[in-house]
Design a protein around this ligand. Structure first.
Ligand code: HEM
Length: 184
């Protein structure tokens, strides 16, 4: 079988960012349990979430640029048209959420008195303290977290169905090295 695959960088970024995103989403939803509001631990834990989120944002930017400048492999001919369309739009929405999560968190924080510290180094704030604006962007952050989680569940279920169908879809994105039967 001749399989066309995503290139090595795209495959590596997919799994690296996927794993880090799952951890960061779980961290976000667990913030209030790990360090409840108005406790001494809160500031340190929130700053860690912000720093990891910013780092992830940079990785996501690299991935987006790579994706826009490197053509993905064509769909498997066996994949029905409706599934090609669903996968295309599902992937677009995943990218939208990937960008919105760190961006909304970063923008929100610039309108709060806490600002952003990147692993201890304060980043120059560019917004005044505006609680209503903070609330809006934080709302975007929270709503996107739920939409993103639902999309990820759909993405994983689709991957499992391809795994069970053994149709070669997962090989396109797997970390297994290329073999002679691969097309790139
Ligand atoms: C890919 C990156 C990120 C992911 C996946 C993520 C995910 C989350 C999640 C799931 C929550 C909990 C939402 C809820 O309350 O239900 C959260 C909360 C929060 N995030 Fe992020 N986040 C990211 C990046 C950032 C960045 C870059 C910042 C700021 C620089 C940030 C600041 C915050 C803050 C302040 C909260 C707590 C909001 C509150 O007090 O209600 N996040 N995040």
């Amino acid at each position: 079988m001749t399989a066309q695959r995503y290139d090595r960088v795209a495959r590596l970024l997919h799994w690296l960012i996927g794993a880090l995103l799952l951890a960061q989403i779980a961290f976000g939803f667990l913030l209030d349990d790990i360090a409840p509001r108005n406790t001494p631990a809160r500031a340190g834990v929130i700053n860690l979430h912000k720093s990891l989120g910013m780092l992830l944002g940079l990785l996501i930017l690299a991935r987006l640029l790579w994706r826009l400048t490197h053509k993905p492999p064509p769909w498997l001919p066996s994949l029905p048209r409706w599934q090609q369309r669903a996968a295309h739009w599902g992937h677009v929405l995943l990218y939208v959420c990937m960008v919105t999560m760190p961006l909304s968190g970063y923008v929100a924080s610039n309108f709060s008195k806490h600002g952003v510290k990147f692993f201890g180094t304060p980043l120059a704030p560019w917004g005044p303290e505006l609680p209503e604006v903070y609330k809006f962007f934080n709302g975007v952050h929270v709503v996107t977290a739920f939409v993103f989680s639902a999309l990820i569940v759909g993405h994983v279920l689709a991957a499992i169905s391809h795994l069970l169908a053994r149709d070669g879809t997962l090989h396109r994105i797997s970390l297994a090295p290329d073999t002679e039967s691969d097309d790139r």
